[in-house]
Structure formats: structure tokens, C-alpha cells
Design a protein around this ligand. Structure first.
Ligand code: SAM
Length: 268
């Protein structure tokens, strides 16, 4: 069965994005994997202009902050109106609705998996300027999501990060079904190094094991690389999964990583 024909039976994941820059969101969602997912009927992405909720001639969505201070704040009246208008429409609003913001729940692969599994989809609300009126966070949305401990100028990039990370997990979206399961974070570990042709580039060789054709050896090497890389770069991830299992320690010893194990408190 082709991807297109299998997708006719699949229910598309519905994601709604509220933004003052729909063109920016639509532009990114019009290429590559998001475009393909939409064309295949696997992603139902609906982008809504927050300015639709404004009723003045300038379609204003922001105002000065009470109490003074720099910048502008997205106002509650147009934001509530824009969201409620969609909610009152024929297909309603996909809930939960999340506000994007640095104070939100950290968005990671686990959250992406949770969202990809939601049968009725979800919605995202992008802030701008100095942020949004607190009453939007308190009374309009169901939760907040942050894409990292840094401050973006607006929620659009954050929303697109969420949309793309979640869409990749929808069955049928990736060409090779196995590839999402093998990647960084899927099993609480970082991915092993990948190589392609040429086998030698500027004197740098692809590891011999990857050219051996021995699938058992390749799998063990990849597992060891993944464990070593995670321990070296993100020991917090190893700790979060309860440390290394005895057979994982032994694998790393086999691969000559005794010093790395010792550095991280393993007794070898
Ligand atoms: N004054 C806000 C603060 O200090 O938390 C930052 C506002 S930021 C300049 C404008 C908008 O960008 C936010 O309302 C939010 O929608 C988005 N944004 C910025 N950083 C983000 C992050 N790390 N994760 C998700 N959204 C973010």
C-alpha cells in the first residue's frame, strides 16, 4: 500500500496555531516534512490570525503594560475573541490549548510523544512583544510550553518546533518507520554517530565496523557509542534512566571506555 493510499484511512493529527504572523507559520509548514504530512492527510494544521479577534480599524492586539515598563503586552480582548471565535465554529477548537512561553513546562521528546498520541489534537498560542496578559494564561489556555531556557522574540519558532517534533512521530509521516525509534531521546539516550559515503574523506575514515557487514557487531557498536556519548555529553539523561545497567557497563568496557566509566563514578 502506498503512503498516500494508507493515509486516506488514517485520522490526521489536528494542530491549531494562533499567531499574529500566520504567514511565518504557514511558510515553514509549506515545505519538507510538514508539507508532505499535510498532503498525505496525516497532519491537519490550521493557522489562525490573532488579529481576527481585534475589532478596531488597525486590528490592534497589544497595549502598554499596567504598572509601566518597556514594551507592549498582547491584550486579553483580541486573544480571547480570536480563540473563542474558532471554538464556536463548526469544528470547534482542538484542546488542550497551550500558550508558548519561557515559563512553561519544558517541551521534550516525552511531551512530543504525549501530544502525538492525542486523538483530538491540540492547539498552540504564540505570544509576542513582552508576552501576553496573565489572564490569557490563567483563564484561556490549558497549559504552557517552553522550548528552552532562552527568550525568543515570539512564539512562532517555538510553535513550529512543537509542530515538527510531534508530526515526525505520527505513524506514516517518516519514510522509514524505524528511524524515529532509533533517534536521540527515544530511549533516553543520544543517538550514535552516523556516516555516509565516501568511506574516506580527507583522510578521515568511517569506522571499520560499519563497513564490516556484521549486523550484530554494528548493533553493539552503535549501542556502545550511544551510551558513551550520552554519558559524556548528557550524564543527566543517564541518571534520569537510573544509571547504566550492568550489561551496558560491560559493553562500554569492551569498547575501551573504562576511563569514562570511572569519571562518572562506576567502579572499574
Ligand atoms: N517577557 C517574557 C518573559 O520574560 O518570560 C518573554 C516574552 S518573549 C520576548 C515573547 C514571546 O515569545 C512569548 O510570549 C512566547 O510566546 C515566546 N517565547 C519566547 N521564548 C520562548 C520559549 N523559550 N519557549 C516558548 N515560547 C517562547
Amino acid at each position: 500500500m502506498t503512503q498516500a493510499s494508507s493515509s486516506t484511512a488514517a485520522v490526521a493529527l489536528r494542530i491549531e496555531v494562533f499567531t499574529i504572523f500566520p504567514v511565518a507559520v504557514e511558510g515553514y509548514a509549506d515545505v519538507s516534512i510538514l508539507r508532505r504530512a499535510r498532503d498525505a492527510g496525516l497532519l491537519d494544521l490550521r493557522v489562525h490570525d490573532l488579529r481576527q479577534g481585534a475589532d478596531d480599524p488597525h486590528r490592534s492586539v497589544d497595549d502598554a503594560p499596567f504598572g509601566g515598563g518597556a514594551g507592549m503586552v498582547l491584550a486579553p480582548v483580541p486573544l480571547f475573541a480570536a480563540v473563542e471565535r474558532v471554538a464556536a465554529g463548526a469544528s470547534g477548537l482542538a484542546r488542550p490549548l497551550f500558550l508558548l512561553g519561557p515559563s512553561g513546562r519544558p517541551f521534550d521528546q516525552r511531551v512530543a510523544e504525549e501530544l502525538a498520541a492525542r486523538p483530538d489534537g491540540f492547539s498552540l498560542l504564540c505570544g509576542r512583544y513582552e508576552g501576553v496578559d496573565q489572564r490569557v494564561a490563567d483563564h484561556l489556555v490549558d497549559g504552557e510550553l517552553s522550548v528552552g531556557d532562552y527568550v525568543l522574540a515570539g512564539g512562532e519558532l517555538a510553535a513550529l518546533a512543537v509542530v515538527e517534533a510531534v508530526t515526525r512521530l505520527v505513524p506514516g509521516v517518516l519514510g522509514n518507520e524505524a528511524s524515529a525509534g532509533d533517534e536521540s531521546f527515544s530511549a533516553g539516550l543520544l543517538e550514535y554517530p552516523q556516516y555516509t559515503r565516501p568511506a574516506t574523506f580527507r583522510g578521515w575514515d568511517v569506522p571499520e565496523v560499519l563497513r564490516s557487514g556484521d549486523h550484530g557487531r554494528i548493533a553493539r557498536w552503535r549501542r556502545a557509542q550511544s551510551l558513551a556519548r550520552t554519558l559524556r555529553r548528557r550524564p543527566d539523561l543517564v541518571e534520569a534512566r537510573g544509571g547504566l545497567a550492568p550489561d551496558e557497563e560491560e559493553l562500554l568496557v569492551e569498547e575501551g571506555e573504562v576511563e569514562l566509566l570511572r569519571q562518572h563514578g562506576y567502579h572499574w
